[in-house]
Design a binder for this molecule. Structure first.
Ligand code: ARG
Length: 304
């Protein structure tokens, strides 16, 4: 049976016979949107990774790492598009955050604008609205004015299926899960984030394919963990040092087959390889100083 377009917080809310295969199909992303790191820097502390890193970014190295990441996205078979950087937006390279993109209930591309937590990051959002609007996407901003929502940092599609995973607590407000369910007409599995080192959902969950998730368990409460285990038949747990120091759960998977991951996440990469995925390792050391890695540095594009 198909789930209704509402929020699911608990395994008990799911029908007893629930299986991912019952969810309607959703196309995989076929492109990514990136932003060159022209003004990338760490100038303040927005998350625990940034503590002690102010002024420590090697910007030449950052540029090289970013170019190599773009190559990895291409090697994974993706079309790579660029949004021009807005001057003095030091975090704009993290293009997962300013919007959330997908296909609406009528089969059309829809882009929701984020409500960033930090003032400096609110200046990044308009350029994304313009970029998507110019390419024919419907743009909407249904998040209440008093709520926070950090787009693809806290919301991600269940691979190949019409359902969304949402993380709330640090950068996105409770209640935004229901906004997403209504906007895209899909069920939303809502997870409370409980460890500030894993402040965005994409720092502790990577949905690899419709059956497989990479998680750092201690970032979730018991209810959330139970939901993850119920919906994903295969859950791969990442050890703490790789989740934190290599941002292993910030890996980005494409078309159910390719996984782009930070190269320090060695044991996780080996596990994924053993499971049959094509793993592409990249160095994101300079971006991890800002609390971001592979997944954060792209928005997903769908040509419906
Ligand atoms: N310095 C950025 C911030 O704190 C990093 C954002 C990382 N993005 C992500 N999707 N996890 O906002």
């Amino acid at each position: 049976m198909t789930l209704t377009a509402r929020v699911f917080n608990d395994v008990a809310d799911l029908p007893a016979d629930f299986a991912v295969e019952h969810l309607p199909a959703m196309p995989h992303a076929d492109g990514v949107l990136v932003c060159p790191p022209d003004d990338f820097d760490v100038i303040d502390v927005k998350n625990p990774y940034m503590a002690g890193q102010v002024g420590q970014v090697d910007r030449t190295l950052a540029r090289r790492q970013w170019e190599a990441l773009v190559t990895a996205f291409r090697d994974a078979g993706l079309r790579v598009e660029r949004v021009p950087p807005t001057t003095a937006c030091e975090d704009m390279v993290f293009t997962a955050n300013q919007t959330f993109t997908g296909i609406d209930g009528a089969g059309k591309p829809l882009c929701l604008l984020s409500h960033m937590r930090h003032e400096s990051r609110r200046r990044e959002v308009p350029a994304f609205g313009e970029w998507f609007r110019a390419r024919g996407w419907r743009i909407d901003d249904p998040t209440p004015a008093t709520s926070l929502f950090e787009g693809g940092g806290d919301a991600l599609w269940h691979p190949g299926r019409r359902a969304i995973w949402m993380g709330r607590g640090f950068r996105s407000s409770p209640g935004v899960d229901a906004v997403l369910a209504a906007a895209f007409e899909v069920p939303v599995f809502s997870l409370r984030l409980v460890d500030e080192r894993f402040y965005h959902l994409d720092t502790c969950l990577s949905a690899i394919d419709e059956h497989t998730a990479l998680i750092f368990p201690a970032a979730f409460d018991a209810q959330g963990l139970a939901l993850l285990h119920r919906v994903f038949p295969r859950v791969v747990e990442v050890p703490e040092h790789e989740a934190e120091r290599a941002m292993a759960c910030n890996a980005a998977a494409f078309r159910g087959r390719y996984v782009v991951i930070e190269r320090r996440a060695e044991s996780t990469a080996r596990k994924l390889q053993a499971l049959g995925y094509r793993v592409l390792s990249v160095d994101t050391s300079e971006f991890m100083k800002s609390g971001g890695s592979v997944f954060c540095m792209k928005q997903v594009l769908f040509s419906a």
